[in-house]
Design a protein around this ligand. Structure first.
Ligand SMILES: Nc1nc2c(ncn2[C@@H]2O[C@H](COP(=O)(O)OP(=O)(O)OP(=O)(O)O)[C@@H](O)[C@H]2O)c(=O)[nH]1
Length: 220
């Protein structure tokens, strides 16, 4: 049997995590690094009832403002990335149609709780961003975002000494509950560690979305 591998759009990478963990800050750091690697990029943001994150990215001038689309998620941020991702899928298809050759779309979820996950109908790969100020017991709580994500990003490592967090223990526990799947440490204030997120994406996600085979870690 011949398997078709026609490219039908950009690869889609989800960025989820609790409120204020640094998802937008991470996206702001990822954009120049990914573009610097020559990747044709766009971004979708999800906010509750505003377009604030999209407007922040457009204002930043890190990327052509037309390449940033906003989805208003309503009361339940996880609904539009998991139970019914239609709005996000439509936004991704609009970007694919508007920018032929688009290779990668970052889809930032609205801030949610430790249980939020992405539908593999929407994304090829997703990361979950937590921060050390949320407490070093967060990995031990084994929320689905922490366990199931393709990549766990522990952000705000600069704050560890200020909030009494034992970073080594936090990372060890995160690795243990994730069964060895990747964990990256970042400081999105300075950009430290963000190159590790780029490497993880590049290692796991074929650019462009292909029919006939599953991309990244999940099939859609
Ligand atoms: N010290 C420190 N602050 C950070 C870091 N990353 C983000 N912040 C700050 O944390 C706050 C929240 O960052 P955002 O990027 O808005 O977080 P978010 O996850 O997108 O927030 P929501 O979309 O509201 O869920 C901001 O004041 C950032 O400046 C970091 O690595 N270190």
């Amino acid at each position: 049997m011949t398997v078709s591998t026609e490219v039908v759009g950009a690869a889609r990478v989800g960025v989820g995590g609790p409120v204020g963990s640094g998802k937008t800050a991470l996206v702001e750091r990822l954009i120049p690094l990914l573009r610097g690697e020559g990747i044709d990029l766009a971004v979708i943001t999800n906010d509750l009832v505003t377009k604030e994150d999209a407007e922040r990215l457009r204002r930043s001038r890190l990327i052509d403002p037309e390449r940033v689309l906003a989805v208003e998620a309503g009361a339940c941020p996880h609904t539009v990335i998991r139970e019914d991702p239609t709005l996000n899928i439509e936004a991704a298809e609009r970007l694919d149609a508007q920018f032929p050759g688009l290779e990668l779309i970052l889809i930032e979820s609205g801030g949610d709780n430790l249980a939020s996950t992405f539908s593999l109908d929407l994304v090829d790969y997703w990361m979950f961003v937590i921060d050390v100020a949320g407490g070093d017991d967060i990995p031990r709580k084994r929320g689905p975002g922490i366990i199931q994500s393709d990549l766990l990003v522990i952000n705000k490592v600069d704050l560890a000494p200020h909030v009494g967090v034992d970073l080594d223990r936090m990372v060890a526990e995160a690795r243990e509950v994730r069964g060895g799947r990747p964990v990256v440490l970042t400081n999105c204030r300075t950009g430290d560690g963000v190159d590790g997120v780029v490497r993880a994406i590049r290692d796991a996600v074929p650019l462009g979305r292909q029919t006939g085979k599953s991309a990244g870690s999940g099939s859609r």
